[in-house]
Design a protein around this ligand. Structure first.
Ligand code: PHE
Length: 348
């Protein structure tokens, strides 16, 4: 009788031990399996003890022994799964003493590179860089600059109005010349500034034209400023920008805010098909608009036109960048495609 009692006790103890077992080690789990479930294992022996059990207790003992066996089997399955999923998530601790990978630095946008170059050329001869708002009023963009009410540039076709009914009407500036008016109103001559910035026109977007583009404006006002000063300043600019041997020419033109007005061309060459295409068969490339500031503009902005004269010029940055980098489509500037932008990472 006492052996029977012991064997029941042994079985209960074994069940407790099985339930309490845990490990995070594969080998230990295998040992556990062999110890309990192996062909010479503890559970086999437990069942072997069955024959010592009295007949009326055999059923109860059998159930107990079975539950020990099931518990052990369950335990093996459960721990094996836990070990496997832990292995899946196993994170390797990196070597913290290794040098870091180089961060990929951004690169300058080709328009910024070109803008900086232009500004730097004028900064060398004493021009200060000024910026102004892209959302502008009609007065600074047009009226102050002597642009009559019925001038085609005022047409809705060209100008993006934000609030046409406001007084003055609000719009997206169509040129950086609007900043001229702001500076003349707030500063005394001598004034010597360049104004880089984005401008907007209601144009059909194509490879050559965009509704947004960039300009650099220049303005010089002092006593006795002459057209010869303008020409010499622009010649200096062209030499710095395109090289010492550059040829330029000034063609008469018209702008409402300058009188006389001119356009400056740079000689590009006419050697191959591409030169023909870019220069429309002339060999000359139009680069900027310029002229002597119309006295009416000076008066509009509170500067004594009897005492002071000045010149102004304006050029497109996008145009220059397209030529410099042989970019065939202006839209590429605004797509932010890193494959395009990355090509300028070494340029400055
Ligand atoms: N604002 C003119 C344009 O956008 C360029 C220009 C500026 C012409 C200054 C003369 C003087 O076309």
């Amino acid at each position: 009788m006492s052996t029977v009692k012991n064997i029941f006790e042994d079985a209960r103890l074994m069940l407790e031990q099985v339930n309490a077992f845990t490990t995070t080690n594969k080998e230990e789990l295998e040992q556990f399996r062999i110890e309990y479930l192996g062909s010479k294992g503890k559970i086999k022996q437990l069942f072997a003890g069955m024959r010592t059990v009295a007949r009326e207790d055999k059923r109860a003992f059998g159930q107990l022994a079975n539950s020990v066996k099931q518990a052990a089997e369950q335990k093996v399955i459960q721990l094996r799964e836990a070990l496997e999923s832990a292995a899946d998530q196993h994170i390797e601790i990196p070597d913290l003493s290794l040098p870091v990978d180089n961060e990929a630095l951004g690169s300058r946008h080709p328009l910024s590179i070109t803008k900086n170059k232009i500004c730097q050329i004028f900064a060398q001869i004493g021009f200060t860089i000024v910026e102004g708002p892209e959302i502008e009023d009609d007065w600074h963009n047009f009226t102050a600059l002597n642009t009559p009410e019925d001038h085609p540039a005022r047409d809705m076709q060209d100008t993006f109005y934000i609030d046409k009914g406001a007084n003055p009407a609000m719009l997206l500036r169509t040129h950086t010349s609007s900043v001229q008016a702001r500076v003349m109103k707030s500063q005394e001559p001598p004034i010597r500034i360049v104004v880089p910035g984005r401008v907007y026109r209601n144009e059909t977007i194509s490879a050559r034209a965009h509704a947004q583009f960039h300009q650099v404006e220049g303005l010089y006002i002092d006593e006795n400023v002459s057209f010869a000063d303008l020409k010499q300043t622009l010649y200096y600019f062209a030499q710095e920008m395109y090289g010492k041997g550059v040829k330029i020419r000034l063609r008469p033109s018209y702008f409402p805010f300058t009188e006389p007005s001119a356009e400056m061309d740079v000689y590009w060459g006419l050697e191959n098909e591409n030169d023909y295409r870019i220069t429309k068969g002339t060999g000359w490339l139009e680069v900027l608009g310029c002229g002597m500031v119309d006295p009416a503009v000076l008066d509009n902005c509170g500067i004594d036109s009897q005492k002071y004269t000045g010149f102004a010029f304006g050029m497109g940055i996008d145009r220059q960048a397209m030529l410099k980098y042989q970019i065939g489509d202006i839209r590429m500037f605004f797509e932010n495609d890193v494959r395009f932008l990355r090509q300028f990472s070494s340029a400055f």
